[in-house]
Design a protein around this ligand. Structure first.
Ligand code: G4P
Length: 527
């Protein structure tokens, strides 16, 4: 193995996704504790923006600050280097999460045993399935009463469309929770509350018919566990790593993150089976991680909270080769060479300057406004990474300048916020008016606040009655011209000048689709 291949084989880059409150932050923290990346519980602050924060801007700012630190957390466990990419759980930031998912190689989905599959989980898993991202499921909070294990697996199969295979199985739950049987390692893990889990609580137990089982968990639970594991063997497929890697089979673990129970089992299985950095697709060709030449793409941009320092951090996922500090690289979109003096790596909540980084790693690049989401950086080859689309927004408002003396600042602020991916800006063909489109309502307030505090610009919003924005394309240029002319009042361009159809209602969209069958309507910017 070449030195580069050795580095690649050590890396596991993944994201944890869940509906808010299922336990993502808690699980992340416990994983970091295992890696020795943090010493005490509570070191990873939750970066979730709670619903109540809608009008509390300082809270949003504070949270943004925290989420820079916790955007990427790397730690070493055994001989592996693990990169966890944080994904905002709040639905108004779903687009941020979708983009982060382009930079991972696999995900762990956390589900609350009492709540089952929740809407945000459904949406995020759908995106993972579209990309065939391998998924491991962790069912959390077994120390509380919740749904029956089999019912939950049914729900996961039906609502998330996953084929599952339980790697562990719970013995009771809530007050009666005694632990799990780890089918993967054939071990009995006995539960003691309050995170007091020790190695001694885990026993080798290869044969469940062994009468010692009764001694550990009692007659009734032993009988039930034997029956249930028997049923599992009959109903669910065996773990097949290939099927998992292709996104066709999801191993399921049960545990309680807050009690640090079942987390080590999850991590041990994860590092065995999770994929090493995967190839990435560009418009030009497929990029293998073990290629000599460095390449990577920007999937997230984070503005500095301090208005006096306008620099931003662009998060770059390394896709191939070795990244080195102070080396000339090509910024493909701008066709110019850039050198990075202080690329940053993220070990737990600490940032430090790195001299080199490898495929699967994320580096933070200080940026004074050169980068947009989706930008490629390479050793010299012209490459455009695919799969970092904008999604069709669902909430729209006209944006007006409220301070005529600050028109320039407003324009600059809007452009930079859009490059960061906070929202999308559309310019109407007919009158040049600007419309902001977002996934959630919170962004409108964030934009107004940040324009004021970071750019000194003020804006007001005006309602606009729109249902959806769709990117449009057509192979027949004459027909396309006619469509754009006939529907001029509904047409706009996005920030890259691509034509967009702004549908007032589901019905207008349907009519346009029926009347112009040659035109394709797309719900994301990449098609
Ligand atoms: P999130 O990032 O997915 O939004 O969830 P987070 O980890 O913040 O967990 C949400 C709540 O669930 C927290 O309680 C957390 O303590 C609790 N929790 C996490 N894992 C378990 C578990 O295994 N069992 C039980 N019973 N609870 C768990 P909170 O009261 O909202 O916050 P906090 O005051 O405890 O921080």
């Amino acid at each position: 193995m070449s030195p580069l291949q050795t580095e690649i084989s050590k890396r596991r880059t993944f994201g944890i996704i869940s509906h808010p409150d299922a336990g993502k932050t808690t699980l992340t923290e416990k994983l970091l504790l295992f890696g020795g990346a943090i010493q005490v519980a509570g070191a990873v602050k939750s970066n979730k923006i709670k619903r109540s924060a809608t009008s509390d801007f300082m809270e949003i700012e504070r949270q943004r600050g925290i989420s820079v630190a916790t955007s990427v957390m790397a730690f070493n466990y055994r001989d592996k280097k693990i990169n966890i990419l944080d994904t905002p759980g709040h639905q108004d930031f779903a687009e941020d999460t979708f983009r982060t998912l382009t930079a991972v190689d696999s995900v762990i989905v956390v589900i609350d045993v009492a709540k089952g599959v929740e809407p945000q989980t459904e949406k995020l898993v759908k995106v993972c399935r579209m990309r065939k991202t391998p998924i491991i499921v962790f069912i959390n909070k077994l120390d509380r009463e919740g749904l029956d294990g089999f019912d939950l697996l049914d729900e996961i199969e039906q609502k998330l469309g996953l084929t599952v295979t339980p790697m562990s199985w719970p013995i009771g739950m809530g007050q009666r929770f005694q632990g799990v049987y780890n089918r993967y390692e054939q071990k009995l893990c006995l539960f003691s509350a309050h995170g007091k889990q020790t190695e001694e609580d885990t026993l080798e137990f290869t044969d469940l018919s062994n009468p010692e089982l009764e001694e550990y968990i009692g007659d009734a639970a032993a009988k039930e566990l034997r029956e249930e594991t028997h049923l599992i063997e009959e109903v669910y497929p065996q773990l097949d790593r290939e099927a998992y890697l292709e996104g066709n089979l999801s191993p399921v673990f049960f545990g309680s993150a807050i009690n640090n129970f079942g987390v080590k089992e999850l991590l041990d299985c994860f590092i065995e089976i999770a994929p090493t950095p995967l190839p990435r697709i560009t418009e030009e060709r497929q990029i293998r991680p073990d290629e000599d030449q460095f390449s990577g793409f920007v999937f997230k941009i984070h503005a500095n909270m301090d208005p006096k320092h306008r620099d931003r951090i662009a998060f770059l996922r390394i896709c191939s080769g070795k990244f080195e500090r102070n080396t000339n690289y090509l910024h493909v979109r701008q066709n110019r060479k850039l050198k990075f003096a202080n690329p940053t790596a993220f070990m737990a909540a600490r940032k430090s300057v790195v001299d080199e980084a490898f495929p699967g790693d994320i580096v933070g690049l200080y940026d004074s406004g050169n980068f947009k989401i989706g930008d490629s950086v390479t050793a010299g080859e012209v490459l455009h990474f695919k799969g970092i689309p904008s999604f069709s927004p669902e909430q729209f408002r006209f944006v007006n300048n409220a301070d005529p003396l600050k028109a320039k600042q407003l324009a600059k602020g809007l452009t930079q916020l859009m490059d960061e991916g906070v929202a999308q800006l559309f310019t109407k063909d007919l009158n040049g008016r600007k419309i902001i489109g977002t996934v959630g309502a919170l962004q409108f307030e964030v934009i107004q606040y940040r324009l004021k505090h970071e750019y000194g610009a003020s804006c007001t919003y005006e309602p606009v009655n729109l249902h959806k924005a769709c990117w449009v394309s057509c192979n027949d240029s004459e027909k396309f011209k006619e469509f754009r002319k006939r529907r001029q009042r509904d047409m706009a361009v996005d920030k890259d000048g691509q034509p967009v159809f702004l549908a007032e209602s589901a019905w207008t969209l349907k009519m346009a689709q029926e009347n112009f069958p040659e035109v394709s309507f797309h719900f994301q910017s990449e098609f």
